[in-house]
Write a protein that binds this ligand. Structure first.
Ligand SMILES: [Zn+2]
Length: 520
């Protein structure tokens, strides 16, 4: 056997040394952060060129410029599949579950953005390609291109866009609602942030609102959570619930969570019968590790969906069927946090200690209803409230209008207390109201809008129409001009609250024969 010429050996050593010097994930093309050895984040210009570079190397990826931000930046979405589905019908016909990932809705939280760029490359050109035989994947790496460039949580008009899923006043969230969520109806929908609690690599939250379908939520909290945990364990990563520990005056710890408002995307998706999750990556990790944490968590979920495609589809179908065929007895007005029955062990970092310690305490990452009303057959509202009909259409809610007047047994909302905030929030002065129901028979004139509850979005409908919820039409100022402060001084901007006012909204508790037409 001839001896290897020295020159060749040298070349081999040189190549080996070169490979060893590269970061573990060095693939082509590289993200901006990878090129800078994670000394900085990927810029918007780099993000755009990266997506088109990856696309040019793969037949499994399409890019769409979904909308343009207030500052003129493109917000792209990536469609991945074998082949990428060309429209929602094609995704449905493929028989494969569709996953939808969003990152960076808070502009200064970029773990999901960096991780999802790496994920896109691996799905389109790397070792994860074969998963696309079993799932469709849609990814918006940044929901907040302006906030990312400006290093701010909100967009350039001051909106926290993860609070905009009910009123949809930003172009970014409007595009996601109208073009993706209510068109593609993804089975699994995940929102990735920077938060949670070290030393966990990631913290996880399913839809917490207690009005969500209980079997759907149990699936997200059970088999999905367990599968992602197992996947992460193979990479020496650990996961627990969002958000983190709170120390009580007694010195004991509890594991606490955040408000499950419908205006947040992972709550909203749950109310629309999607398996919706929040992933939060603690900012204590290096940027390179944050990207790894986010990418591996998303990969673990994609593998779960690929391995359990039939279960994923049937749990969603079951929830949608129950919503229209066998809805719960009540709609949920108000909620409070609650604990799992058994204490659990979790890591906390005590003051002055470098290392985390394992403690035992209550896992308070549940909510339960504190006020409910019977699930109505429909809601009706005044024909002058065209803007309410427009809002409902954004949520894929079917709206009808009476062609002929009808006399019906109704329940009207009478205001017990009413107050407007004095500090702006989301460019609103939110109102809050408590109401009681006044039953009676009324003639609803022609033109009255009707919204039946026998539709997939029924839980969103109830959150909007019941004035006492956290995200009602009253809260979001759709009825301000109908409401007055005490003593009849009228209008918002202060305290309200005399009894007696009735809202131009009715509950129809039982079916009524109607002559009505669908309005678009
Ligand atoms: Zn966030």
């Amino acid at each position: 056997m001839p001896r290897t010429p020295a020159i060749t050996r040298t070349a081999v050593y040189a190549i080996s040394a070169l490979i060893a010097a590269l970061p573990a994930r060095a693939q082509t093309p590289m993200t901006g952060a990878e090129q800078a050895a994670f000394d900085r984040h990927t810029s918007h210009a780099e993000l755009m060129s990266f997506l088109y570079d990856v696309q040019a190397r793969s037949d499994h990826m399409r890019v769409e410029e979904l909308t343009v931000t207030n500052e003129g930046r493109v917000m792209p979405i990536v469609y991945l599949g074998a082949p990428p589905p060309s429209n929602p019908g094609a995704a449905w016909f493929s028989g494969r579950p569709t996953l939808f990932f969003t990152g960076n809705v808070h502009g200064n939280e970029r773990a999901g953005r960096e991780g999802s760029l790496q994920l896109i490359r691996e799905l389109a050109t790397g070792e994860l390609q074969t998963l696309l035989d079993r799932v469709n994947v849609l990814i918006v790496p940044t929901l907040n291109p302006d906030g990312a460039e400006n290093r701010s949580r909100s967009n350039s008009l001051g909106y926290d866009m993860n609070r905009d899923f009910i009123v949809a006043e930003t172009p970014e969230i409007t595009a996601v609602l109208e073009k993706i969520l209510t068109q593609w109806w993804p089975d699994i929908y995940v929102d990735v942030h920077n938060g949670g609690s070290w030393p966990y690599n990631v913290t996880y939250q399913a839809t917490l609102h207690p009005s969500a379908d209980s079997q759907l939520v149990a699936f997200a909290r059970g088999p999905m959570y367990d599968a992602v945990t197992r996947h992460l364990a193979t990479h020496d990563m650990i996961m627990y619930w969002y958000s983190g520990p709170r120390r009580l005056d007694s010195g004991e710890y509890v594991w606490a969570t955040t408000e499950p408002w419908a205006r947040k995307q992972h709550t909203y998706g749950g109310l629309q019968n999607m398996l919706t999750l929040l992933f939060e990556i603690p900012g204590n990790w290096t940027l390179a590790q944050q990207a790894d944490n986010a990418r591996e968590t998303m990969e673990g979920l994609i593998r779960f969906a690929a391995d359990n495609a039939t279960d994923v589809r049937s749990i969603i179908t079951g929830a949608r069927r129950r919503t229209v065929d066998a809805p719960p007895a009540n709609v949920v007005l108000q909620i409070e946090s609650a604990a799992y029955p058994q204490p659990e062990q979790f890591f906390v970092r005590q003051q002055g200690q470098a290392e985390p310690v394992l403690v035992t305490g209550q896992n308070r990452t549940l909510y339960r209803p504190t006020a409910t009303r019977p699930w109505p057959w429909a809601y009706a509202f005044d024909r002058n409230l065209q803007k309410v009909a427009d809002l409902l259409h954004r949520h894929a809610i079917q709206v009808e209008q009476l062609r002929e007047p009808v006399t019906a047994n109704v329940e009207q909302f009478r205001i017990i207390s009413l107050e407007w905030d004095t500090q702006p929030y989301q460019n609103h002065l939110n109102a809050s109201a408590t109401t009681e129901l006044v039953p009676g028979s009324v003639e609803l004139p022609a033109g009255t809008y009707i919204v039946r509850m026998s539709q997939n979005a029924a839980r969103v409908i109830a959150q909007l129409f019941e004035p006492d919820t956290d995200d009602s039409l009253v809260v979001w100022n759709f009825l301000d001009h109908e409401l007055r402060a005490p003593g009849g001084r009228g209008g918002r901007g202060g305290r309200g609250g005399d009894g007696g006012q009735r809202l131009p909204i009715y509950r129809l508790p039982r079916p009524v024969g109607l002559q009505a037409t669908i309005v678009r």
